[in-house]
Design a protein around this ligand. Sequence first.
Ligand SMILES: [Zn+2]
Length: 104
Amino acid sequence: MTMLITALFTAPLVGIRKRWPRVLHAIEMDGIPVHDLDGTATSACGVTGLRIVAVADEDGTDFVVPWPPYVEGLAPNHERCKACFDACKKKRPRSRFAPRKDAA
Ligand SMILES: [Zn+2]
């Protein structure tokens, strides 16, 4: 529940498709699966079936990742969806994205 509240305050968030995890999409508030955070989200560019990206801190607490991420900090072969970037008004990078080691 805490994560949902955080997610709503933080939106848009970074989301990925499980089958195509190297493209980072934006999930705006209306795309967040509020009834089931483990469900799938919809991106600002209209892609469905997204997972909200969460990173864990040292305590194992999951944090959502604010959109947009810095392009410079992206892992090799990752990219930021341009359509989502254009669709979102918040253009200033707000996060650095480093995929979990077990995510690849
Ligand atoms: Zn997109």
